[in-house]
Write a protein of this length. Structure first.
Length: 154
């Protein structure tokens, strides 16, 4: 058993990784198209349109569902994992981002009042996803899974 060759040949892994990478590239291109600014740093950021996490888990789950069957334990595990990731992206992480935005505003107001010696770093705001961002990421992942595995069946 050659573990490295198995890793390199693991289509499920690579379809998931490439789906996530594609979603991150789309993020940069959408910023360029809609905001008319070049922001390559968005490639490494979490949050925003589309959700690369959702694309990744949806591609994996779609590939597993096509090749192993919708009734397989592996599909069930993959689907549960995907749902947890998507729920977390829209729930906890999105709420954390909103709280960070509010705290940053509060710190800004405090700076205006207390000008000496108070300069905390701003909190990271773009952490989670809206439902639309997760939906688009999910659709990207499902499409990638069908493109990679559509000719196969369990």
């Amino acid at each position: 058993m050659n573990s490295f060759a198995d890793l390199i040949g693991n289509r499920w892994l690579w379809v998931a990784v490439l789906s996530s990478t594609g979603a991150q590239v789309m993020k940069v291109l959408l910023i360029l198209l809609l905001e008319r600014r070049w922001h390559p740093g968005a490639f490494m950021e979490t949050g925003g349109m589309p959700s690369s996490h959702s694309a990744m888990v949806a591609a994996l789950t779609t590939g597993v569902g096509i090749t192993e069957g919708l009734g397989s334990p592996l599909f069930a595990a993959s689907a549960v994992f995907a749902l947890i990731v998507m729920y977390d992206a829209t729930g906890v992480r999105h709420s954390s981002g909103q709280q960070a935005r509010l705290l940053n505003d509060l710190v800004g107001e405090l700076r205006a009042v207390v000008r000496e010696g108070f300069a905390p770093l701003p909190l990271r705001v773009l952490m989670g996803h809206t439902y639309l961002e997760v939906l688009v990421g999910t659709l990207i992942g499902i499409a990638a899974g069908f493109i990679a595995f559509g000719g196969q069946s369990a």
